[in-house]
Design a protein around this ligand. Structure first.
Ligand code: GDP
Ligand code: IMO
Ligand code: MG
Length: 433
C-alpha cells in the first residue's frame, strides 16, 4: 500500500491533548466528551482498565475504562493506541455496554496492533504483589497494569498484532508459565483457569474489531487535515517518572506520552488542556500534602460523591495543591486549565489553597524528589467561598466575584490561565471564560 504520511510535514499542528494534572479522576471523561465534536479522532495513548472515565449520554451515566470518551459521537474515530495496555475482557464488556446505546464499535473503534495485552496472570501478579507488600501496598486497582507494563519493558509481552499469528497460543503459554513461577514465589494459589476461559472468548471478539497500524493510520489522517484529541488517563502526579514514586501507575501519563503512545511527532502537539478539580482527591496510597483528615474532607467526599469509578473505593479529599499543579503545568506544557467540580465548593464558607510545603523546618514552593516518608505540611492561603448554587450558571458574567477571585489567584500563581469552569457533571455544565 502506498503510504502518505510524509505529507504531515506540510500540515499545521493537529493534535491537542486533554490530561489530568492531579492524582486522577479530575473529570477527563466529561471534558473529552464535551470537546469531541471539534475533533475527528479521539485517542487513548496510555494506561488501561485502571482508568474510569465518567460521562453522561442523554442523562445516562456511562463509565469507560478502555474505550476513548469520544465513542458516543457517531461520526468520530476512536483509537486505542500502542501505549495502552488492553484487557480483552474489560473491552468486550464495554463494547457490549456501548452497543446498548446504539454504538457500533466495529465502525468507529480502531486498535493499534502494537497495543500490549493484559492476560489473566497479570491480574493475579498484581494482586500477589500488592498482598506481599502489606501496609506498604501501592493501592493498585488490581487490573494487572504494573505487571503488563513490566512485560512490555521486559520485552515479553503479547501484543494485539500477535493475535493473528499462529504462534499466539504457544507465546501465551510461555508467558503464563513464566508468570506461574513468580506467582509460586509469592505462594499465590488462586485458580485463574476460569478467568482464562473468559479471556479466550474475549480474544475471539477482539479479533473481529478494527486492528490497525496506528502510527501510519493516524499520520495519514493528520496529513488529510484531520484533528486529533489525545485523551490522558490517570493524572500527572501518578506518572511513572514524575509522580509520587513508587505510589504511581506504570505509564507516562504526561503530554510526552502522547508521542510514544500513538506514534506521532512532538511537532504535532498543539493545545495541552490540563484538568484540575477545584480541590483535590487521590485514591490509593501515597503522599497527598493537602489531604484533609477532618470533617471538611468528609464533606468534600460526600458532596463530591468521591468514590472510585473503577474500584468504588472512597477517594481521599483535600484542598487544591498549587505547588503540585504548578509542577504538572510545567512538565506537560499546559496551555490552558479546565477547572472541574467548582460546584462542589458551593457551600463552603472559606476555601484553603496549598501554596507551599513545609518540610524539615523549611518552606519550599517546589515538588521535592522525596515526598514519600518525609512529613510535609501545607502552607495555606485562605479565601472567601462563594456560598451560592453555581450549577445553573451558563456564562462568565454570572460567576460570583468570590469565585472569580479564587480563579484569578490560581491563574497568577500558576502562570497558566483557567479557561473553563465545569459546574456539574452534565455535558452542558461548563463555562468558557
Ligand atoms: P476521570 O477519571 O478524570 O474521567 O474522572 P471520573 O469519572 O473518575 O471522576 C469524575 C467524577 O466527577 C465523575 O463522577 C463525573 O461525572 C463528575 N464530574 C465531572 N465534572 C464535574 C463537575 O464539574 N461537577 C460535578 N459535580 N461533577 C463532575
Ligand atoms: P483515571 O483515568 C485515580 C491509582 C491507583 C493506585 C495507583 C496505581 O480514572 O483518572 P495501578 O492500577 O495503575 O497500578 O494503580 O494509581 N490509579 C488511579 N487513581 N484515577 C485513575 O484513573 C487511576 N488509575 C490508577 O489507585 O494508587
Ligand atoms: Mg476516573
Amino acid at each position: 500500500m502506498r503510504r502518505t504520511y510524509f505529507c504531515v510535514l506540510k500540515q499545521s499542528i493537529m493534535v491537542d491533548v486533554i490530561l489530568g494534572l492531579q492524582w486522577g479522576d479530575e473529570g477527563k471523561g466529561k471534558i473529552v466528551d464535551y470537546f469531541a465534536p471539534k475533533y475527528d479522532i479521539i485517542a487513548r495513548f496510555q494506561g488501561g482498565p485502571n482508568a474510569g472515565h465518567t460521562l453522561y449520554v442523554n442523562g445516562t451515566k456511562m463509565v469507560l475504562h478502555q474505550i476513548p470518551s469520544g465513542i458516543f459521537h457517531h461520526d468520530k474515530i476512536n483509537i486505542i493506541g500502542n501505549g495502552v495496555v488492553l484487557d480483552p475482557v474489560t473491552l468486550k464488556k464495554e463494547c457490549d455496554a456501548v452497543a446498548t446505546m446504539g454504538i457500533d464499535v466495529k465502525k468507529n473503534l480502531f486498535i493499534s496492533e502494537r497495543t500490549n495485552i493484559i492476560i489473566p496472570s497479570h491480574r493475579a501478579l498484581d494482586k500477589a504483589s500488592e498482598l506481599s507488600k502489606g501496609e506498604a501496598k501501592i493501592g493498585s486497582t488490581l487490573k494487572g497494569i504494573g505487571p503488563a507494563y513490566m512485560d512490555k519493558t521486559g520485552r515479553n509481552a503479547l501484543r494485539v498484532g500477535d493475535l493473528l499469528d499462529k504462534k499466539f497460543i504457544s507465546k501465551y503459554i510461555a508467558l503464563r508459565m513464566k508468570h506461574q513461577k513468580i506467582l509460586d514465589s509469592y505462594n499465590f494459589n488462586e485458580d485463574i483457569s476460569e478467568m482464562e476461559s473468559e479471556f479466550f472468548e474475549c480474544i475471539e471478539f477482539l479479533k473481529t474489531l478494527n486492528i490497525i497500524n496506528c502510527e501510519y493510520f493516524i499520520n495519514e489522517q493528520i496529513a488529510q487535515g484531520k484533528k486529533v484529541l489525545a485523551e490522558g488517563a490517570q493524572g500527572s502526579m501518578l506518572d511513572i517518572d514524575f509522580g509520587t514514586f513508587p505510589f504511581v501507575t506504570s505509564s507516562n501519563t504526561i503530554s510526552a506520552g502522547v508521542c510514544t503512545g500513538l506514534g506521532i511527532s512532538p511537532k504535532q502537539i498543539g493545545e495541552v488542556f490540563g484538568i484540575s478539580k477545584a480541590y483535590c482527591t487521590r485514591v490509593g496510597s501515597g503522599p497527598f500534602p493537602t489531604e484533609l483528615h477532618d470533617a471538611k474532607g468528609e464533606e468534600l467526599r460526600k458532596i463530591g460523591s468521591e468514590f472510585g469509578a473503577t474500584t468504588g473505593r472512597p477517594r481521599r479529599c483535600g484542598w487544591i495543591d498549587l505547588v503540585a499543579l504548578k509542577y504538572t503545568c510545567m512538565i506537560n506544557g499546559v496551555t490552558q486549565i479546565i477547572m472541574t467540580k467548582a460546584d462542589i465548593l458551593d457551600s463552603f464558607e472559606t476555601l484553603d489553597l496549598g501554596v507551599a510545603y513545609e518540610m524539615e523546618g523549611k518552606q519550599i514552593d517546589y515538588v521535592p524528589f522525596q515526598l514519600v516518608g518525609t512529613p510535609v505540611s501545607p502552607v495555606w492561603k485562605t479565601m472567601q467561598g462563594w456560598n451560592i448554587d453555581s450549577t445553573k450558571m451558563k456564562n462568565e458574567a454570572e460567576l460570583p466575584a468570590t469565585m472569580k477571585s479564587y480563579i484569578e489567584f490560581i491563574n497568577t500563581y500558576l502562570g497558566v490561565p483557567v479557561k473553563y469552569v465545569s459546574n456539574g457533571p452534565g455535558r452542558d455544565q461548563i463555562i468558557h471564560l
